[in-house]
Design a binder for this molecule. Structure first.
Ligand SMILES: Cc1ncc(COP(=O)(O)O)c(C=O)c1O
Length: 457
C-alpha cells in the first residue's frame, strides 16, 4: 500500500502558540459596548470572567504562548489526525482531493475541549472554584465538565431544553465527569423563571441558557464562580486555532500546498475560526482560497442577518458585540444541530465576512443529513448533526469541481461525532424531518426589529 489515508503528527509537533487573527484583520475589530453605548473597559467583565482570560479577549498580540500544563492535557488526544477522504471522493466521482481534520477523537467527541481545557486552567490559576456555562447540543457542556474534572473545578451546565430532551446521554456524560446539568430555562435563576412564566413550552435557546449561566455565576455570594463560554468570544476563537495550525502542517506532509477551499460549520463560529484562521492569514496576504462557514437555513445568521451591535444573550447581560445577529430574542426552530441554533456569530468571524475573507453558505437540514449518511457509509464515522453542514458544503464543492473538471484541494472541519445524536438520524431515516428555511417574511420582521433597535457598528 503506497497511499496515505491519514496524516499524523508527533506530539512534539503540536503548536506551542495560539494564533490571534485580531492582529491581522484588515479593518481591525470593533470594541464591545456597554449599556451607555461606550466601549467597555476590561474590568467591567471581571465579575463574569477571570482577568487572565479577559487579557486574552482584548489582546491584539499575534501569537500567544500555550501554557505547558495545558499542552500536556491537550496531548492526550492531540495532534488530531488529518484524513484523506478517498472513499467519499470515489462516491462523488470528483477530481477534488478531500481532506478532513478529525476533531471527533477528543474525549468529549468534538473540538470543544480545545478551549474548555485552557479556560478551566486559567480560571483555576485565578483562584476560581466553580464554572457555569450553557450548552446547546451538549458537546460544549460535556467538554467543560471533562476539563473541570481534570482540573478539579466544579461545573454547572444549563442545557437548552430541546437538546436536553433529545440527547439524554450528553447529560449522563456531564454527570460522569462530575458536572451538574439542568434544562434551560430553569427555575434556578430569576431570568429562567421569567421565561418559563411567559412561555412555559419554549424549546429554549442558547441565548436564554447563556443568561441563566451568567446570572448563576455573578450571583454566587462567595465570588469564586465564573462563567465560561464555548464559542463566540475572541479568546475561544484563539484557543481553537491549534486545529488549523496542525492541518496546515499535515497538508504539507501530504504533499499539498494551500487548500483551494476551506469549509467548516458555524454556530458561534469557533471550529470554523479554529480551522480557517491559520489559513486566512495567507488569504489576507494574497493567496487565492474560498473559505466557507456553513450554517443552517433555519438559523441563517451570516447569510441573511445584518451586522449590528447586539447582546450575546437573551437577558442582555453581556455587552453589545459587533456581529451578524438575528436578534438576541431569536429562538431557532428545534433542529437537531443544536450547536448551530445561536442567534449571533463571533465578532471575529463576522468581521472576516465583512472584510470579504469568508463566503458563508446556508444549507437545509435534509441536505445535511443526506450528506451525513453518505459520509458515514463511505468514510465510516458518524458525524454530529452540526458537522453534517460542513460535509454537505463539501459535497457541493466536490460536485462543482467535477463539473469544472478541476483537481481542487478541499479541506473541511470534522468538528465532532454524532454517536450521542442518533435520534436525529432516526428521525431523518424514518422521514420525520422536514426542510426548514426561514421565510422572507420572518426575516424581514426580524430585521425590522434588530435593525431598528440596535446600533450599527
Ligand atoms: C460538533 C459541533 N460542531 C460545531 C458546533 C458549532 O459551534 P462552533 O461554531 O462554536 O464551532 C458545535 C456546537 O455545539 C458542535 O457541537
Amino acid at each position: 500500500m503506497t497511499r496515505v489515508t491519514k496524516i499524523l503528527l508527533d506530539e512534539k509537533d503540536m503548536p506551542r502558540q495560539w494564533y490571534n487573527i485580531a492582529a491581522d484583520l484588515p479593518s481591525g475589530l470593533k470594541p464591545p459596548l456597554g449599556p451607555d453605548g461606550k466601549p467597555i473597559s476590561p474590568d467591567m467583565l471581571a465579575p463574569v470572567f477571570p482577568m487572565n482570560l479577559i487579557e486574552q479577549e482584548v489582546s491584539t498580540q499575534r501569537w500567544i504562548d500555550i501554557p505547558e500544563e495545558v499542552l500536556e492535557i491537550l496531548a492526550r488526544w492531540r495532534p488530531t489526525p488529518l484524513h484523506r477522504a478517498y472513499a467519499l471522493e470515489k462516491a462523488l466521482k470528483t477530481p477534488a482531493r478531500i481532506y478532513y481534520k478529525n476533531e471527533s477523537v477528543s474525549p468529549a467527541g468534538s473540538h470543544k475541549p480545545n478551549t474548555a481545557v485552557p479556560q478551566a486552567w486559567y480560571n483555576k490559576q485565578f483562584g476560581i472554584k466553580k464554572l457555569t456555562t450553557e450548552t446547546g447540543a451538549g458537546q460544549w457542556g460535556s467538554a467543560l465538565a471533562f476539563a473541570c474534572s481534570l482540573l478539579g473545578l466544579e461545573c454547572k451546565v444549563f442545557m437548552v431544553r430541546i437538546s436536553f430532551d433529545q440527547k439524554p446521554f450528553r447529560k449522563l456524560m456531564m454527570q460522569t465527569w462530575g458536572g451538574i446539568c439542568i434544562p434551560s430555562p430553569s427555575n434556578e435563576t430569576a431570568f429562567g423563571r421569567k421565561v418559563l412564566a411567559e412561555t412555559p413550552d419554549t424549546p429554549g435557546s442558547l441565548g436564554i441558557a447563556i443568561t441563566e449561566a451568567i446570572e448563576a455565576a455573578v450571583t454566587d455570594p462567595t465570588g469564586q464562580t465564573r462563567y465560561s463560554l464555548g464559542s463566540v468570544l475572541n479568546h475561544v476563537m484563539l484557543h481553537q486555532t491549534i486545529i488549523g495550525q496542525e492541518a496546515k502542517k499535515q497538508l504539507k506532509i501530504a504533499g499539498e500546498k494551500l487548500p483551494d477551499v476551506v469549509i467548516a460549520c458555524a454556530g458561534g463560529g469557533s471550529n470554523f475560526a479554529g480551522l480557517s484562521f491559520p489559513f486566512m492569514i495567507d488569504k489576507i496576504n494574497g493567496a487565492k482560497m474560498d473559505i466557507i462557514p456553513v450554517e443552517p437555513t433555519s438559523c441563517p445568521t451570516l447569510t441573511r442577518a445584518p451586522f449590528v451591535y447586539d447582546h450575546g444573550d437573551t437577558g442582555k447581560m453581556t455587552p453589545l458585540l459587533p456581529m451578524h445577529s438575528l436578534g438576541a430574542g431569536f429562538v431557532a426552530a428545534p433542529i437537531h444541530a443544536g450547536g448551530l441554533r445561536y442567534h449571533g456569530m463571533a465578532p471575529l468571524v463576522s468581521q472576516a465576512v465583512i472584510d470579504g475573507l469568508a463566503s458563508p453558505m446556508a444549507i437545509d437540514q435534509l441536505e445535511c443529513y443526506k450528506a451525513g449518511l453518505l459520509f458515514a457509509r463511505t468514510e465510516g464515522i458518524i458525524p454530529a448533526p452540526e458537522t453534517t453542514h460542513a460535509i454537505a458544503a463539501t459535497v457541493r464543492e466536490a460536485e462543482k469541481a467535477r463539473l469544472e473538471g478541476k483537481e481542487k484541494v478541499i479541506l473541511f472541519g470534522f468538528s465532532g461525532h454524532g454517536l450521542m445524536d442518533l435520534t436525529g438520524y432516526d428521525k431523518y431515516m424514518s422521514g420525520q424531518l422536514t426542510k426548514h428555511e426561514m421565510s422572507e417574511e420572518e426575516i424581514q420582521k426580524l430585521l425590522k426589529d434588530v435593525i431598528a433597535t440596535h446600533p450599527a457598528p
